[in-house]
Ligand binder design. Sequence first.
Ligand SMILES: [Zn+2]
Length: 352
Amino acid sequence: MVKILQHLPEGLLDLPASELHTRIGDHTLIHLDGKIKRPVFVSILQHGDEHTGWDALRDYLRNHLQHGLPRNLIVLFGNIQAAARNVRKLPDQPDFNRRWPGQRIPDDAIARRLRAITEKMQQANLFASVDIHNNSGRNPHYSGINRLDKPFLNLASLFSSRMIYFTSPDGIQSSAFSRFCPAITVESGLSGTADGREQTHTFLELLMTQTNLEHVPGILEHPEIYRVFATVKVRPGTRFRIGEADQSRESAFIIRKDLDFLNFQHADAGTVFGWADGDMPLLVQDQQGRDITEDWFALKHGRVQLRQAAVPAMITQKTQAILDDSLCYLMQAVHPNTLNQITQEITQEEIA
Ligand SMILES: [Zn+2]
């Protein structure tokens, strides 16, 4: 069911993401031997239009294959069929990064396959797990963690001092692997940009030579940590488009065109997200899925605006991404000195 290769197929490194399907299938695992035996797990292309992971990994492997890898590496190729068409997923597929073992995962073929991979990897004594993605809007590079323990913070810091802590959505890879090894989601900006590829490559170089994630000297000096507390969606059934206020109103909801400038910025109360007639077009849910729209957004004189200050992230300006997933997340900055307190709060929430 899960295809495992013990070597790189001939010529694979020469292929762009869109041509990988000519050699390998969805969810192929490739094990590569290195000096240190505990493997690093790298997942790429879970979303078929997010190529930076493959491009950075190709750069990394080209640098090292001749003289050998410093450590064992396991690569998981995600949605290769979607990559062939440069789309997040094919119309008849579920989102591959919403089917990993979690709270309430539908029991379909993809979920069963991902469960099998998770069980296999749990046996593999992984040193760390990294799932590489791109954003569909302009965002600074950052990583996502699902636990606030030191090895997770250190692993994230190898990529960027900017990181977000989140516990929703359900069924994502980093969250599933967090139960048995330090795991992060890496967000390398827009797909195809040179700076994202370079930063991800540098990160792989650093990670593969670490011997210990409990103590990484000098790495975690000024972490910029945010905690996601809400997901913002367009209410199901609402017609919307991306645009400007003064354009003719053929949509019920117009999302401000330059909204992604707000990513990782402190947005004050009153910040306008868009314009709407009639009902509140946004749906804001906390990490447990409760509707908290009224606390966070107001509709005043046709303007959809923030009711309280927040830091938005992952604002997308792609209609399909908004329909499939969400418009953005809302976050609060976490002071590093309060990490312990927050971990306790989270544990209490989980018990509740
Ligand atoms: Zn993605």
